[in-house]
Ligand binder design. Structure first.
Ligand code: FEO
Length: 400
């Protein structure tokens, strides 16, 4: 049975939720599920904006048929060719064979890579930056947004109703629980962390490209944002746009300390806990700690975008960095995080190496400032090392 949501008099959400997804993109846990958003505009012409993941085909096709209510589908706009949004192009073509696909040349090329169907050139309407599609009352303008999150991405702006169909931008992990608008839920409590984790892990590497999109968005009047995942924004848009400004310029949200540690028998954890306690004694608020053997790196990467000061504490393992910590730091470097103040703590019972090796890897982060040369412990924290941890806490606070 159909399950649609009315957004305006003639715009409808026809997407679907997946709350059983094991790993988004084969990597990311999605404990709150994920929504695949697709929209239909009913004008003189009918327009479907993007499709959905193959996990929700049936619901999606029922929704599309219900909203069209017997009308033919005139246009299918494809903003992004990642399969979580384009998987149902063949199904749509099978049911609505006369539909015209509106996309840019990169999208057309990717479509030919992903699928085997053969379409005539007449079935495509290729668009470039600033091109406009008139559907009757509505004028849809296309703006290119390369690398937000793939190179072919574009966004669609309905200049008539001032609605931005933003592709992955302004998306979030988390299924849509009945409501469709972000202002109808306690978004900060329930979704901000998942929106940050979505942005930082999926798009975080491409800050300069997100900045280019934000610049384009700032030059048009936007009253509503319809992303491909998560809730639709119609109020307080600046709140989300301001977060995107911070995230895409690698500006911390808060002046506080995140500590990520890897510990085998508890000595390194003990050092991390002592440091956190000393920071708290010095007045630091909202300190965050992660055991990297327990928490997936996507959560740590996400909070690394939030916090200004980061401490990495790792035992030495196989004469190197403990594997989960090494993977985490590679992940952090790959996500292009910048402008952070960091410190390292190493442990090793006979030949501590992790500190030097972590420092080498972390030096690849642009504008990294090492607060001190770090603390090195052997097996367990002794009284003189406790003093060093206390001094590290002081140095961190002085740098805040
Ligand atoms: Fe939600 Fe880049 O796809």
């Amino acid at each position: 049975m159909y399950n649609i949501k009315k957004i305006t008099e003639n715009l409808f959400w026809v997407g679907a939720n997946d709350r059983r997804i094991a790993l988004f993109e084969g990597v990311y846990h999605a404990p709150q599920g994920v929504s695949y958003n697709s929209y239909i505009l009913l004008d003189n012409k009918t327009v479907l904006l993007d499709t959905v993941d193959k996990a929700v085909t049936h619901q999606f096709m029922e929704n599309v048929a219900h909203v069209l209510d017997g009308r033919k589908l005139d246009y299918l706009i494809i903003n992004h060719m990642e399969p979580d949004h384009c998987a149902e192009i063949p199904t749509i073509l099978a049911k609505y064979p006369e539909v015209k696909i509106v996309c840019n040349t990169k999208i057309k090329t990717m479509m030919e890579q992903f699928f085997d169907f053969e379409l005539s050139e007449e079935q495509f309407q290729i668009v470039n930056e600033g091109d406009v599609l008139n559907t009757g009352k509505h004028n849809l303008t296309f703006l290119m947004a390369p690398m937000v999150h793939w190179p072919e991405v574009m966004v669609t702006y309905d200049a008539t109703d001032k609605i931005l169909f933003s592709a992955d931008a302004f998306g979030s992990f988390g299924a849509i629980d009945g409501n469709i608008f972000a202002d109808e839920v306690n978004w900060e409590n329930r979704y901000l962390n998942e929106a940050r984790r979505y942005y930082t892990n999926i798009v975080g590497k491409y800050g300069p490209q997100v900045q280019m999109l934000l610049k384009k968005v700032s030059s048009i009047e936007v009253n509503m944002i319809c992303p491909l995942h998560g809730y639709v924004w119609r109020k307080d848009l600046d709140k989300f746009i301001d977060l995107y400004q911070k995230w895409s310029t690698y500006t911390p949200e808060i002046n506080s300390v995140m500590i990520a540690y890897a510990s085998v028998y508890g000595g390194t954890q003990n050092a991390a806990e002592i440091l956190a306690g000393e920071l708290a004694e010095l007045g630091v608020k909202d300190i965050k700690m992660f055991d990297v053997s327990v928490t997936h790196s996507s959560y740590v990467v996400s909070d690394m975008f939030k916090y200004s000061h980061i401490v990495f504490a790792s035992t030495t393992y196989n004469n190197g960095i403990f594997v989960e910590m090494e993977n985490l730091i590679h992940d952090i470097v790959a996500h292009n995080i910048q402008n952070r103040k960091v410190a390292v703590i190493e442990n090793g019972s006979w030949a501590p190496q992790a500190g030097r090796l972590m420092t080498e890897l972390l030096s690849q982060i642009k504008n990294t400032e090492f607060i001190t040369s770090g603390v090195s412990i052997k097996s367990a924290v002794k009284s003189e090392k406790r003093e060093e941890l206390k001094n590290l806490a002081k140095a961190i606070v002085e740098s805040m």
